[in-house]
Design a protein around this ligand. Sequence first.
Ligand code: NAD
Ligand code: DAU
Length: 331
Amino acid sequence: MNKILVTGGAGFIGSAFVRLQLREHPELHIVTYDKLTYSGNLDNLRDADPARHTFVRGDINDPDTLGPALEGCDAVVNFAAESHVDRSLNGAADFIATNVAGVNTVLDQARRAGVGRVLLVSTDEVYGSIEEGAFRETDAPHPRNPYAASKAAGELFGTAYGETYGLHVVTTRGSNTYGPYQYPEKVLPLFVTNALDGLPLPLYGDGMNVRDWLHVDDHCRGIDTALRHGAPGEVYNIPGGNERRNIELTRRILELTGRDETLIRPVADRVGHDRRYAIDGAKLRALGWAPRMDWDEGIALTVQWYKDNEGWWRKIKSGEFREYYRRQYGL
Ligand code: NAD
Ligand code: DAU
């Protein structure tokens, strides 16, 4: 592969994927294609070498911009999405536009441009909640919130393009991802940056919901493995192997930021809050992938990154985010 188009590459995971590709594949040129919604941020790509990286601002729903950007690309990796569950609970129209119709446009334009491989970045949330054990790729999706439903619908368009047109489409379902440059609406960067400022940490419900934490570089290596070695039409889970209750995560963040439990603010639960996510990663491991980041090290490095990069998150938290935060939490 010589040239890859990364849609949504100015977001959290997409920008980490761009950095990883530029670092590990010196022959590659990367085109980042991004609409720069509230969570897209060119500061996330500040380290990308301009000799090997091009940025195109565009909506994945706009074929007139996307089509030309895809010319000459060997692959497209789609990260572009509305990604926050709480926002989808306040209205799902943008989620359907990007995560369903937008994915269809990516597939259609990839087919027309003769792009050899399409990788759809999806989520473990499509399976829904599981009390015990872990979902495998053969289990039926049972999305339980509008965000997850839109991601599951987008996946189905991928399957359809494979079946109908023979397009090489591979899908990944990653678990809860953490690391540098994550937009601070998500629990981990929200709690870290609030704790650094001595602000309350709004913990939903009883704090006993379980998430499986995956370091962003491990997630990106998993996507890279599926892109290069995955079979067409197949789905690959990417688990972190680090299940934690939200209350445990919160206590760890308080320890690492030197704060105490008086900052925990129990708030009303998220409606339809999925209790536990868990996925089995054997299928991707069989292709040679394994997570490398140890949880204790990963969380410590991540908290340190937010301590060292105050300018990055303060700029975000003083913008559109303030209004969102007030609406969401009334704090
Ligand atoms: P993010 O919100 O940080 O980034 C999304 C990016 O997509 C932003 O740069 C945004 O500007 C761009 N975008 C949104 N709509 C667009 C459009 N219509 N056209 C072009 N660009 C558009 O999200 P993230 O956390 O980096 O998630 C990336 C992908 O990974 C998503 O598909 C998400 O569903 C999936 N995922 C996320 C996690 C997680 O824990 N964050 C876990 C598993 C899967
Ligand atoms: O599992 C993968 C998914 O992980 C991705 O597909 C999504 O894009 C990503 O946002 C994430 O979804 P979650 O809903 O699990 O992440 P979030 O950070 O919003 O919440 C994690 C847990 O923390 C969840 O149980 C809800 C809880 N929470 C969240 C927020 C924002 C709180 O207790 N308080 C909060 O303020």
